[in-house]
Design a protein around this ligand. Structure first.
Ligand code: HMG
Ligand code: MG
Length: 306
């Protein structure tokens, strides 16, 4: 097997599904995870353990984690297979640990408006909650990934100061996150903004190999933002099968950049991702048809170019 030159973190089962209104059967969520794994994805965010009042779609997170086939995946999780679960607080962490999860993701916002809407906390309170979760997770011997939301724009407060992003990234690294994913929650980013922020973080001592890009595709800039971040030296990208995704507390924001688009783009440039594009595209068609969502355009390309 070729060593992937780019690592993709598939967030479809979590970010992809969290804002879909109609209840998706738990079995569909479980099958999606297996299909993604069989397509060669080596990092899949399985679900989130958050307030079911806030994210009703993922209220069945414990059923997903307790499923025997998912348990088997978790038991065989190794260095080259990561299955993080998003948690906002110690309650979420404790539930995740009770299901033998080996990695959690904590999340903070660089901006006050989204922080209040998303987790009912100020930015600093959010950082403190994330720190408590990270400390307990590390004590329990599991890995912690971090997210910073609203790296460019907050849906309530407008443009974000790069220094606010830097503050959150530093705090997340300091609390022990092995990697921090830069979340363009509203999809307002463009390649010029990506370069400017990545260079700013780099100048301020943030190692590029601890950063990942998490771009939402609201204005069609997702793939070009990924490419630009790649050209700046970032090698880890979050994406969602079929371009599903969005946060209900970021009004107007659309799905994540589609995993199909990234794999198609990188493979055509000779950059390996370790993902089987044909299998991935098939999974994308399967889930988006089921959810009556438009799906990724590059999955049609895979058919036509075959
Ligand atoms: P709160 O509203 O301040 O109130 O919640 P609370 O702490 O008193 O809890 C409210 C209720 O939730 C209680 O239940 C708790 O027990 C329960 P009740 O007694 O009313 O029946 N609860 C939980 N249940 C299950 N698991 C838990 C949990 N915690 C509390 N872990 C809280 C604060 C942070 C919990 C809430 O606001 C919340 O869950 N927010 C999460 C919202 C969310 O999931 N947003 C989407 C993910 S972030 C994202 O999409 C951005 C990202 O993709 C990057 C990017 O794009 O930028 C990561
Ligand atoms: Mg997101």
């Amino acid at each position: 097997r070729l060593i992937p030159e780019v690592r993709i973190v598939e967030v479809g089962p979590r970010d992809g599904l969290q804002s879909i209104k109609n209840a998706i059967p738990t079995e569909t969520k479980i099958e999606l995870i297996h299909r993604l794994r069989k397509a060669g994805l080596r990092a899949i965010e399985l679900t989130s353990v958050v307030s079911p009042h806030r994210i009703p779609q993922l209220a069945d997170c414990q059923q997903v984690l307790a499923d025997p086939t998912i348990k088997l995946l978790l038991a065989n999780e190794q260095e080259d297979l990561r299955l993080p679960v998003l948690v906002p607080n110690t309650k979420g962490l404790e539930i995740a640990l009770s299901h033998d999860v080996k990695e959690v993701a904590v999340f903070v916002s660089a901006t006050e408006g989204f922080s209040k809407a998303n987790i009912n906390s100020t930015v600093q309170q959010g950082i403190e909650k994330a720190r408590t979760v990270a400390q307990k997770a590390i004590e329990a011997g599991i890995a912690v990934r971090g997210y910073v939301s609203c790296i460019f724009v907050d849906p309530y407060d407008g443009p974000t100061k790069p220094s606010s992003v830097l503050h959150c990234v530093k705090e997340l690294i300091d609390m022990g996150c092995y990697e921090v994913s830069l979340g363009d929650t509203t999809g307002a980013g463009t390649p010029a903004k990506v370069t400017s922020l990545v260079r700013f973080l780099e100048r301020n001592g943030i190692p590029l190999d601890q950063l990942a890009g998490h771009f939402h595709d609201t204005y069609g800039q997702g793939a070009v933002n990924v490419l630009q971040a790649y050209l700046c030296g970032i090698r880890v990208f979050d994406s969602s099968v079929g371009g599903l995704g969005g946060c209900p507390f970021a009004p107007g924001a659309k799905g994540n950049v589609s995993t199909e688009d990234l794999v198609f783009m990188f493979h055509n440039a000779g950059i390996n991702t370790g993902v089987d594009l044909a299998k991935l595209a098939e999974s994308g068609r399967w889930i988006t048809e089921r959810l009556k969502q438009p799906g990724s355009r590059s999955s049609q390309c895979v058919r036509e170019l075959r």
